[in-house]
Every structure is written in structure tokens, then in C-alpha cells.
Design a protein around this ligand. Sequence first.
Ligand code: SF4
Ligand code: SF4
Length: 97
Amino acid sequence: MVIKHKFILKTENAWSDANEGLLCMDTGSWRTARPVLDKEKCNYCGLCALYCPPQCMKDMGDYYEVDLAYCKGCGVCAKECPRDVISMVPEGEFTDG
Ligand code: SF4
Ligand code: SF4
């Protein structure tokens, strides 16, 4: 089963009509851990994107990628992924911020 949702917005926001974002916040700066995806294991089911609160999963055609500018590190995607594709890794293990 592949779940595709049409209304992915670029930013954290509350929306009035699912097309226009009302609010853009720098949610990526709050993060203490980031999701790391093993795209070889991903079956492109879309659940991570569906449940991601700020809707920052980018559809890459046959897998998803996280937009780290808006990912707040909540770990919902890792919990919801049925294939254990996503690991939450402490930010301190990365040198790019
Ligand atoms: S950790 Fe996952 S669910 Fe949470 S904001 Fe980042 S990409 Fe979205
Ligand atoms: S990372 Fe997991 S939840 Fe997201 S599309 Fe791939 S298999 Fe599905």
C-alpha cells in the first residue's frame, strides 16, 4: 500500500486551506537529534511524510528525504516507519550544525 498525500507544505505552519501556509518557523534550530534514513530499506510507503508534524519530508520519487531546515527532531517518523528505516541520531554526532 502506498499512501500519497497531496498537501505537503514547505514549512512548519498552520494552514487555512491546505495550499497556503500561514506561518513559517525556523523549527530546524530546535532539534537535538536528526532522523537518518536508510533509503535502501525504504519502500516509499509515505507514512513518515504523512505523520511528520511540520511536513518536512521531501518526496524524492522513490524515497523520502528530510528537510533539515524544518525538521525539529521529534522522532515521529522513526516511530511510524514500519520498516525501521529511520534512526534518530544525536545532533552532536554531526559537524554541519
Ligand atoms: S523527526 Fe521526523 S517527524 Fe519529526 S520533524 Fe523531523 S522528519 Fe518530521
Ligand atoms: S522511511 Fe519508512 S515510513 Fe517513510 S516511506 Fe520509507 S518505509 Fe515508509
